[in-house]
Write a new protein. Structure first.
Lengths: 577, 321
């Protein structure tokens, strides 16, 4: 090679290296900061989402991204503080409830405007409620706003007052209004009248058309890439120093479908926050990032939702299945509960970051959790005795128990494919159940294939995590009531199929209509006790949740509920705006 | 040549209709449908209205007839996930996929062919052994692994963006600034996609080059005193291109339509990522439209391959003349 060519090659290589070094200089995104330091104004944070919102209208889409968008851009009259679970006045500055708990008079905050400058009035509240119950609008929040079997009604005596009328007394009372995002009448009224409400704020809508009362407004939506939200200059809430909120100028939400890539981006400083809590397998790399001073790992506490294992107990769906005879016996389910070593389960499935539980309400739900439930100690001999008591023994010595007719206790468990803790959970469950002679075959499915089977009771058993939309049990009647759509083991019963479900129904209806909190808690403790005795769904461990964010964030108030950090986005700020 | 093009066009149309129809039927017949996305708390009326909106309350055949009738008028239906017509979504994503695939193809061609020429013309040398070994590793690396390796590399070093196609806030910058920003995001996914293909090209080029240098005309050229460089580049290389051109079209088609994993891991907003999310959600019309776009890419790829082959080999030109 000629010397001139070496020179050319060297210059090119030098330029390339210089280019990469300049572009690749570590940014100040990873600059460390104190999350309790004084807030600063300006700057932006970058988060990630795993899918884009289906709609910019939270009333018509319940997916996680749409919910997050709603939290950032829309306001509610009253808000449940995700950190304390307490009620906070939001767009409403105060309210009064009648002694019978059926009428709630809500006074709107003075001077609140939409992001386009139009004033927020009671007409917007009435419009939002009308849209919720409009048959063509396709609202996804309507079932949450039904009390005593009737939709919540509302009237507006003046521009700043709304009177909500419930058909029956309601324990949660005005708490239900947290489920109602207030939408702008002046922007959406014509769509509702034309029957196009469901599509009015689709992701193709121009950002300028989308107005809200939340801390941020949509600046741009790049399909398949990101959402960019700018601070709402007309946001009503003020900082303790009297200055305007939010502190941040911008939030960028990058679409990162792959969770491994999402974690790598967080570690590299390309993003400040992730979409959801960490997976147990992420704890080690994140802790390493914390030691390197790049990340901060926050313990959110014990999650309010836990993985559950249940059998289809619907007689109509299993009328030709001889196994239903013993599956329906509570001793069978109690035997499985005894067979599982919950401490070991927590260690293996959640890598030690979980606490044993015996019912659906976890210690994370401080207000409604009770430790005084029947507990099933790890006792293989007791499990075998229980099975023997209902006629299940290993008569042919093949390791699987069968009844007198030779029907084996063998079941296929479906679970969601690709979720590490589900796969580990079913694996542990299979091993533990095998020790008492119950054979479980695991069949991971895509969520799209799993859901219809779950709703049609077209399965033997399922292992998954049912999500509660509200820590208050009255907010989840569909789970507890035998007629409910998420009463998974036997959905939508016309009449309670068992005596104990009848008792739970009675207690739940009573507690939902009781105004005294102590009395409600006592009634719900009874519900939990009946549940734990009969075990329609088995719970083994509740994960301790962790969240990671970059060290530049200030004012982090984490919650065990999603969105873990951005629920209080208006008070977040960064060390280096 | 005109007949050749017409034949190709008819083939492309057939491929497009068959692929998108098959995608529609398969998505429809697979267990579950888009209403699973509404969650377990969805009301019966909500589920029914969603099924009606996406024609899932009809028989698969009736749905296909309705969809095909609309597709003729270039209405390919709405997406459930994006709540808007699928056509603009897919067209935009196809543009992004094309950018990625062409960059990967350029890298793979440049690297693969260059090294293939070197190793093919210097059989048995240390360089040939080294490059051949590296190619074998490259061929056996799945794109999922290369993507994760490159994302990890980018994340650890900070030298390249660890994903995405552009930076935030580039929607209102000048075209040139946007193009520079995209170019900055391009190396990572395009390298992840290019590595296995470059390895395939290198192996093919190496083999065909080693065959070509042993041809009698090469001996004649050496006897005429043609310098080695000209011997390889002017005489042997054009002859060695034929097997490469034969697979080139397929590679182009596969690249354009099959960069699913790379797009998913590197968050590149192309057809692969769109189709993956559509498949997961059983977003039936979006799946069909993405499949149709994949078929278009494949048709374009095979056509480009045929043209290259014709350019490289006079016998092929004569055949189509």
């Amino acid at each position: 090679m000629k010397p001139s060519r070496y020179v050319g090659l060297g210059v090119t290589a030098g330029l390339l290296v210089a280019f990469f070094l300049v572009r690749g200089c570590p940014s100040n995104r990873n600059a460390t900061g104190d999350s309790n330091a004084a807030p600063r104004r300006g700057g932006q944070i970058v988060g990630s989402i795993r899918s884009t919102p289906r709609s910019f209208d939270r009333l018509v889409a319940a997916d996680q991204a749409s919910d997050l968008f709603g939290v950032l851009t829309q306001g509610r009259l009253i808000r449940i503080n995700r950190a304390t679970f307490e009620l906070e006045p939001w767009l409403a500055e105060r309210w009064e409830s009648s002694p019978d708990g059926r009428t709630h008079t809500v006074h709107l905050r003075q001077g609140v405007t939409w992001s386009d400058g139009m004033p927020l009035t009671s007409a917007d509240v009435l419009f939002s409620l009308k849209a919720v119950f409009d048959a063509k609008a396709g609202s996804v929040v309507s079932s949450s706003l039904i009390v005593g079997g009737q939709p919540i009604a509302a009237t507006a005596p003046d521009a700043n007052t709304v009177v909500f009328a419930y058909a029956a007394p309601s324990g949660p009372g005005v708490r239900l209004l947290d489920m109602l995002p207030i939408m702008p009448k002046h922007k959406l009224e014509s769509a509702l009248a034309a029957g196009d409400f469901a599509k009015a704020w689709s992701p193709g809508t121009a950002p300028t058309e989308i107005v809200g009362t939340g801390p941020f407004v949509l600046r741009e939506f790049q399909v398949g890439q990101r959402l960019v939200l700018d601070r709402n200059p007309r946001y009503w809430r003020k900082a303790p120093d009297g200055g305007s909120l939010p502190y941040l100028d911008r939030i960028v939400l990058e679409l990162v479908p792959d969770q491994n890539a999402e974690l790598l981006r967080l570690q590299s400083g390309a993003t400040d926050i992730t979409y959801s809590e960490l997976r147990p397998e992420d704890y080690v790399p994140v802790r390493r990032g914390e030691q390197e001073g790049k990340l901060k790992m926050v313990e959110l506490g014990v999650g309010t939702d836990a993985d559950a294992f249940w059998f289809c107990l619907k007689p109509e769906a299993k009328k030709n299945d001889p196994r239903l005879a013993f599956v329906q016996k509570r001793e069978f389910r109690q035997a499985i509960s005894h067979a599982v070593d919950r401490e070991e389960f927590a260690r293996t499935v959640f890598l030690g970051e979980a606490v044993p539980i015996w019912g659906p309400i976890t210690p994370g739900n401080r207000q409604w959790f009770t430790p005084n439930l029947p507990r099933y100690a790890h006792d293989v001999a007791r499990a075998r005795d229980l099975l023997k008591g209902i006629g299940l023994e290993d008569r042919n010595n093949n390791g699987v128990v069968e009844d007198a007719k030779g029907t084996e206790a063998r079941f296929t468990v479906i679970t969601q494919r690709g979720v590490g803790y589900y796969e580990r959970g079913t694996s542990v469950l299979r091993e533990e159940a095998a020790k008492v002679g119950i054979a479980l075959d695991i069949a991971p499915l895509e969520i799209g294939a799993m859901m219809p089977r779950m709703l049609a009771c077209d399965y033997d058993a399922i292992y998954t995590r049912p999500l509660f939309s509200d820590p208050d049990p009255a907010g989840n009647p569909d789970f507890w009531l035998s007629s409910g759509s998420t009463h998974f083991w036997n959905i939508g019963q016309k009449m309670p199929g068992t005596e104990w479900e009848q008792r739970i129904d009675t207690l739940m209806i009573e507690q939902a209509g009781t105004l005294d909190l102590m009395r409600r808690q006592a009634l719900f403790n009874d519900v939990q006790r009946i549940f734990a005795e009969n075990l329609p769904a088995l719970y083994f461990a509740a994960p301790r949740l962790y969240y990671a964010h970059s060290r530049r964030l200030i004012g982090v108030t984490p919650s065990v509920m999603r969105p873990q950090l951005l629920w209080s986005a208006d008070t977040l700020s960064v060390t280096n705006p | 040549m005109v007949r050749f093009f017409l034949r190709r066009l008819v083939f492309a149309l057939l491929l497009l209709v068959c692929t998108s129809s098959a995608a529609l039927f398969l998505t429809r017949l697979a267990p579950g449908d888009v209403t699973a996305q509404l969650g377990p708390n969805a009301s019966r009326s909500e589920i029914e209205s969603t099924r009606a909106r996406f024609d899932l309350d009809r028989s698969p055949l009736s749905q296909w007839i309705l969809w095909a009738g609309r597709a003729v008028r270039l209405d390919f239906g709405d997406s459930f996930l994006y709540n808007r017509p699928v056509a603009p979504l897919v067209i935009r994503a196809a543009g992004n996929t094309a950018v990625l695939a062409l960059a990967a193809l350029a890298i793979a061609t440049l690297v693969g062919i260059s090294f293939g020429i070197v190793t093919g013309s210097r059989q048995g040398s240390h360089t040939a052994t080294l490059v051949g070994g590296a190619s074998l590793v490259g061929v056996s690396l799945p794109p999922l692994l290369t993507s994760l390796i490159f994302v990890f590399f980018a994340a650890r070093t900070g030298w390249l963006p660890p994903g995405g196609m552009s930076s935030a806030g580039t929607s209102d910058v000048s075209w040139a600034a946007w193009a520079i920003d995209v170019a900055w995001h391009l190396p990572l996914p395009s390298l992840a996609l290019a590595v296995p293909i470059a390895a395939i090209f290198e192996r093919l080029q190496s083999q065909s080059m080693s065959d070509a240098v042993q041809q009698p005309f090469m001996v004649a050229a050496i006897a005429r005193g043609v310098p080695r460089r000209a011997l390889i580049l002017r005489h042997a290389w054009p002859v060695s291109l034929r097997p490469l051109c034969a697979v080139y079209g397929l590679v182009i088609g596969a690249l354009l339509s099959g960069s699913f994993v790379v797009e998913y891991v590197t968050s590149w907003p192309g057809v692969g990522q769109l189709m993956y999310s559509a498949l997961r959600a059983r977003d039936i019309y979006l799946v069909a439209a993405c499949a149709a776009m994949g078929a278009c890419f494949l048709a374009i790829g095979t056509l480009a391959g045929d043209l290259l082959l014709a350019a490289a080999d006079p016998r092929v030109r004569d055949q189509h003349a």
